[in-house]
Ligand binder design. Sequence first.
Ligand code: ARG
Length: 273
Amino acid sequence: MTESRVPRRRRFLVCEPRHFAVQYAINPWMRPDVPVDVSLAQKQWRELIDTYRAHGHTVHTVEPVPGLPDMVFAANAAVVVGGRVFGSLFKAPERRPESVPYDTWFKSAGYDVYRPESVCEGEGDFVPAGRWILAGTGFRTTREAHHEAQEYLGVPVIGLTLVDPYFYHLDTALFVLDDEGEGNIAYYPEAFSPGSREVLARLYPDAVIATREDAMAFGLNSVCDGRHVFISPKATALAGRLADRGYVPVPVDLSEFHKAGGGIKCCTQEIRS
Ligand code: ARG
């Protein structure tokens, strides 16, 4: 049974991987001894941007800064809801300086930027889902930051505890399919604590459930525009389940970025005006 899904045009902020590298290890995917092919990474990233534009989405870019190899993961720099920019306070000292160029970009685009007091990593852990924001904790973003985000954005924040270090950010274990009406998501239940699994089952009885293989292939680090799902080509079981529900999987391979623990969504900040 397939329904006809309607896409909504999005505005994305991205950062070219000109200085991308794995120079330190702050998640289990990162191995500084394994080389990164920067020209392949650039090619894969370019393909993602071209694909977004071909599907009608607007893509803005922030200028990459030398010495900030993870700056390509634009999703981590802020969460933007209703034109309000809630900035990040990165956990790792290596990533803290990334906030400066991102905050500058938002300010020059005419936004105020809220500077949080507690550790939080933007859309890595804050996933706006329409009526509420799903928020991860356990590895990076703190409970205190969930509270700060709710106060600043004025949107209910629902805390979820992550328990598997391979899925250290919420956006590695869950993504939003629909953010209107009841809304819907896809996720990998085992990445969450028992209580958080119950919360997700209660909120989303109709969710698309992913396997561990899908999740390890960064299949949940996807971006959906309401119809198209920009997804890792290796998440085959998940792509099949999404197609059964009337979504259109659009495979984009970001394998070089998996070496840093990132995928499609990590490279994509959504600006919700
Ligand atoms: N190396 C980066 C880190 O560990 C990867 C970030 C991936 N981004 C994401 N939204 N999950 O911080």
